[in-house]
Ligand binder design. Structure first.
Ligand code: TEU
Ligand code: CA
Length: 543
């Protein structure tokens, strides 16, 4: 893999700045805090960090509502703090990816303030404005992901504007080329500053249907891992035919790529939430080498941690995405932590955490890790009074929102708020039981989840076959996830037993096991014709 292609197979560690490390005792994480804790991330052995938004924002959606794309919000620090953080990251060998939330802005963004001021101002067409129907109701049936209609009435323009999320997150009108130019200018601002890449928020939402046609009636969508299910979040409550994923986006993505290509070694990872069509969308966005570098979907962010599901996702990908590239993840700041999704009992948590990273590290693709998963953190149980996420506040208790995965990092077990802040109150509590899983207790422990993560990522680095080598599933035992990875003559067999009972893997005719490979946690009893695996265990062997 060439240096400029560092992103291919990279391990990307997502930092949620608000919850990483506070340095000025206001109970909120900040950029200086990230700088201070970068050695922890480097020690883990990842290639890049992805920072969730730290831009100027009223914080209605915790920074995913930007009011100035080219400045840092004072709660996080200053542009100088950012430069310093990036400098230290680079000196530690870490690439820096920032989050671009350009599908919508905050309603406090000067562009929207101007746009809503009249129907004739220079930015009048920068957002998706439309007249009401004759009876005064919204222009069409589009819905907001965060609940309710996707349109909000504006009394000054006497028109509706469209929003996919909060009413304070109006959608930009990408059909207007001036909007594209303005957005690309902000991207250039950060490229010139030296960032290595961008995570593109809701990248398939940039364009809506120009004719504003109604979406077809809703059919329950289980394709994204059953996120419709109760106790999970109510994402995917509509058929996204006309409000998302329009063909015009391909041309915009080409413009974006052309800009990136003027710089060396920059990369994009798009977030694609497109229900059943997600994989097709990823194929369209990442093939051809002239649009995005990679995308992630919600396929592995649901409750299903079975061999059949993972195999199905990867195989569907392999069939659909011919020359594109994918980024796999089990967790991020929008979903319940995977230890809580996958473990059936508290005693299982650390073994599940270890098994999950072993699976992830063996897959073809890039990987996104979410802060705290390297500690095996479970979802925090919060009281309604603790909630800060407007999405959770709205749907409580059917959906408890996204605060449970956004609680602060526990650094030092012995300190108040586990060392996250020296303020009296932290913006979200650090759960009591998470302090026991703090970084300082796990770093020294050879059996900890953290140590396993470190060893597993090291293992992945030592075996290039794991990054972009061929991947082929084998066997018919539905309980086992079995595949080979191959590159430059090295051929490895992986077998994962994700069930709670022992299982037998029968070697395909003609396959013989070679010498032992040093995969951390690899176990099992290998015979000439079959391998016996304990419940929730893994084996790796040369073949
Ligand atoms: O999330 C986008 C999002 O919630 C949808 O893509 C949804 O998950 C999908 O339709 C499921 O199929 C991003 C951010 O990650 C999130 O934190 C923000 O709240 C949101 O955008 C709005 O900016
Ligand atoms: Ca702070």
């Amino acid at each position: 893999i060439q240096a400029a292609d560092w992103w291919r197979g990279a391990v990307i560690y997502q930092v949620y700045p608000r919850s990483f490390q506070d340095t000025n005792s206001d109970g909120l994480g900040d950029l200086k805090g990230i700088t201070r804790r970068l050695p922890h991330i480097a020690n883990l052995g990842v290639d890049a960090i992805w920072l969730s938004p730290f831009f100027k924002s009223p914080m209605a959606d915790m920074g995913y509502d930007v009011s100035d794309y080219c400045d840092v919000d004072p709660i996080f620090g200053t542009l100088d703090d950012f430069d310093e953080m990036m400098g230290v990251a680079h000196s530690l060998g870490l690439k820096v990816i920032i989050d671009q939330v350009i599908s919508h802005t905050s309603d406090q963004h000067p562009w929207f303030v101007e746009s809503r001021s009249s129907r004739t101002n220079p930015k009048a067409d920068w957002y998706v404005w439309a007249d009401p129907k004759r009876d005064g109701t919204a222009p069409n049936n589009w819905l907001s992901i965060f609940g309710g209609p996707g349109w909000e009435w504006d009394g000054v323009r006497r028109q509706y504007y469209q929003h996919n999320f909060l009413t304070s997150q109006p959608d930009l009108n990408f059909h207007n080329r001036e909007v594209q130019d303005a957005v690309l200018k902000t991207v250039k601002f950060w490229l010139d500053r030296g960032v290595d890449g961008f995570r593109l928020d809701t990248v398939n939402y940039y364009f809506c249907d120009k004719l504003l046609r109604d979406n077809p009636p809703h059919e329950p969508d289980t394709s994204d891992g059953g996120l419709d299910a109760p106790d999970s979040n109510p994402y995917g409550m509509q058929n996204h035919l006309h409000d998302k994923t329009q063909p015009e986006n391909l041309d915009f993505l080409k413009r974006l790529r052309a800009l990136l290509n003027q710089y060396e070694g920059r990369a994009t990872v798009g977030e694609v939430g497109d229900g059943a069509r997600s994989l097709k969308t990823v194929a369209a966005y990442t093939s051809g080498g002239d649009k995005l570098h990679m995308c992630y979907t919600f396929d592995l962010l649901g409750p299903d941690f079975t061999a059949a599901h993972i195999r199905n996702c990867v195989e569907t990908f392999q069939k659909t995405v011919v020359d594109g590239w994918v980024c796999w993840a089990f967790s991020n700041h929008d979903v319940k932590r995977h230890v809580s999704r996958f473990a059936k009992a508290q005693e299982e948590r650390s073994i599940i955490a270890k098994l999950a990273i072993s699976v992830l590290a063996a897959l073809r693709g890039s990987i996104c890790l979410y802060q705290g998963e390297e500690l095996g953190l479970a979802e925090a149980e919060l009281a309604f009074e603790d909630l800060r996420d407007p999405y959770g506040i709205r749907f409580w208790p059917a959906f408890k929102g996204r605060d449970g995965c956004r609680t602060p990092m526990p650094w030092e077990a012995g300190k108040a708020h586990a060392g996250f802040t020296s303020a009296e109150k932290s913006w979200l509590p650090v759960p009591y039981e998470q302090a026991a899983l703090s970084v300082d207790t796990q770093e020294e422990d050879v059996n900890s989840v953290f140590t396993h993560y470190r060893q597993m990522l090291e293992f992945r680095k030592r075996h290039p076959a794991l990054l972009d080598g061929d991947m082929e599933f084998i066997g018919t035992n539905q309980d086992l996830l079995a595949f080979t990875r191959e590159k430059n003559g090295e051929k490895l067999l992986f077998v994962f037993n994700l069930t709670r009972k022992p299982a037998e893997f029968r070697l395909p005719v003609g396959m013989t096991l070679g010498e032992h490979v040093d995969m951390p946690g690899s176990g099992g009893l290998a015979g000439r014709e079959s391998i016996q695996l304990e419940a929730l265990s893994a084996l790796c062997s040369r073949i």
